[in-house]
Write a protein that binds this ligand. Structure first.
Ligand code: GRF
Length: 223
């Protein structure tokens, strides 16, 4: 084995606020070698969340930076940057991180920060997406992985997992179906990035040097 390869494994920092099931999906695929990378740190803005337990159980360093202890968004984001950059990660992964960033933060990580959002963006930015999709009578719903820009839930799309909304679906059943798809698509995108296949050029996402359409790649859930 090439002695330099261990050093060249991309480093990932994952930001969470809660349950961390997307984090778990990524941990699992790093663990089984599907994603060739190291998760060097999991950061949470909330103490005592399940995602921190998941990281610790996998032997990953964790840290809490509690936004309630900072007097401004600016000072919180500056501390996040300081802590993340100490790891020198190739990629920052937002996995259910429920804070809005300053443009200084998003610009700092332009092209190297991903988010997953539980809707078919640009539909239903923000929160309560599943209830809003049902309320709107949507036939299809899903999740989107995108590069992060200063526009909330508005960055260039990489992939969308599409699920059908059935007549008997509730916000809860829909959330379950979508979350299951999130656990499929997010690790795929992280893998592409770590393999150097995925990049952002201005506002254009490229996979294997091919430009992706504005809505990204469509991934249809098997029903
Ligand atoms: C997911 O639905 C994700 O799309 C959204 O927050 C939720 C996080 O869930 N951004 P988990 O913490 O990964 O279980």
């Amino acid at each position: 084995m090439d002695s330099s390869s261990a050093q060249e494994r991309p480093k990932l920092v994952v930001l969470i606020s809660g349950s961390g099931s997307n984090l778990q999906a990524i941990i699992d695929q790093v663990g089984n070698g599907t994603i060739d990378a190291d998760i060097s740190l999991v950061l949470s803005n909330n103490p005592d969340v399940m995602g921190l337990q998941r990281a610790s159980a996998a032997g990953i360093n964790t840290e809490v930076i509690n936004h309630r202890e900072y007097d401004s968004r600016d000072s919180f984001d500056r501390e996040l940057i300081r802590r993340i950059d100490a790891e020198q990660p190739q990629l920052v992964i937002l996995a259910g991180f429920m804070r809005i960033f300053t443009p200084a933060f998003t610009n700092h990580y332009a092209g190297r920060m991903l988010n997953i959002h539980p809707s078919l963006l640009p539909e239903f930015k923000g929160v309560n997406t599943h209830a809003r999709a049902i309320e709107a009578g949507a036939n299809q719903h899903g999740a989107s992985v995108h590069f992060v820009t200063s526009e909330l839930d508005g960055g260039p799309l990489v992939i969308q997992a599409i699920v059908d909304v059935n007549e008997d679906d509730t916000a809860e059943t829909l959330a379950g179906k979508v979350l299951q798809q999130e656990h499929t698509i997010y690790p795929i995108v992280v893998k592409w990035f770590c393999e150097g296949r995925l990049s952002l050029d201005g506002n254009q996402v490229r996979l294997d040097k091919q430009s992706l359409p504005p809505q990204g790649i469509a991934h249809r859930a098997e029903s």
